[in-house]
Design a protein around this ligand. Structure first.
Ligand SMILES: Cc1cc2nc3c(=O)[nH]c(=O)nc-3n(C[C@H](O)[C@H](O)[C@H](O)COP(=O)(O)O)c2cc1C
Length: 177
């Protein structure tokens, strides 16, 4: 059966480099249906326990939860803001975790991060590597992608080492979905 793979850029930026990278990696997969998630399409207010109590779950959270429910695996690339998740991603993550603590449902995940800096979002990647397993994260491969603007041009990875590393991770991921 054709697998349904969700790509997510952990950012609300319209021109998110993480969304670009997650989709690039997803497109390397053979024989899958890709569902490309843009966090901007799932509107939700800033999480608060009071709001949750008073109004329940926003439509955008319920819709995204359904998308996740139907997934066979995830390719996620996280944006790094001040060494941590972007506010947009953390907000989505918090809301989703209130519906089901196993946000990622133990489904295989390829976890990436990128930034214009030389560490490529290594700090946020470490946070997620540490945390996601507690939320049903089944991370089968991970990689920070450094200096995005130098290494990714016109929709292509121009650094052969990074390109080979990512392809290797995608091949591994493909075997377990
Ligand atoms: C508030 C803020 C904080 C940032 N902090 C970091 C950081 O800690 N490390 C880093 O590598 N880049 C940092 N950046 C730069 C982001 O990596 C850059 O904006 C990148 O494009 C974000 O990914 P996105 O395009 O997917 O949103 C920061 C950017 C903003 C706006």
């Amino acid at each position: 059966m054709i697998k349904n793979i969700i790509t997510i850029g952990g950012s609300s930026s319209k021109n998110s480099i993480n969304k670009m990278l997650a989709e690039y990696a997803g497109e390397l997969l053979k024989n899958v249906t890709l569902t490309k998630v843009d966090l901007n399409e799932f509107e939700m207010p800033l999480f608060s326990v009071d709001l949750e109590k008073e109004k329940g779950f926003p439509k955008g959270v319920l819709e995204l939860n359904e998308v996740i429910e139907k997934a066979d695996g995830f390719v996620i690339s996280l944006a790094e803001h001040n060494g941590a998740y972007s506010t947009a991603f953390k907000n989505v993550f918090d809301w989703l975790s209130r519906i089901n603590g196993k946000v990622w449902r133990d489904k295989p995940m390829l976890l990436l991060s990128t930034s214009p800096g030389i560490r490529g979002g290594q700090s946020v990647l470490n946070i997620a590597l540490d945390r996601f397993p507690f939320n049903g994260g089944n991370i089968v491969g991970s990689m920070p992608f450094p200096s995005f603007n130098e290494n990714f041009k016109e929709g292509e990875i121009v650094n052969s080492l990074l390109k080979d590393n990512l392809q290797m991770l995608v091949d591994q991921f493909e075997k377990v979905i």
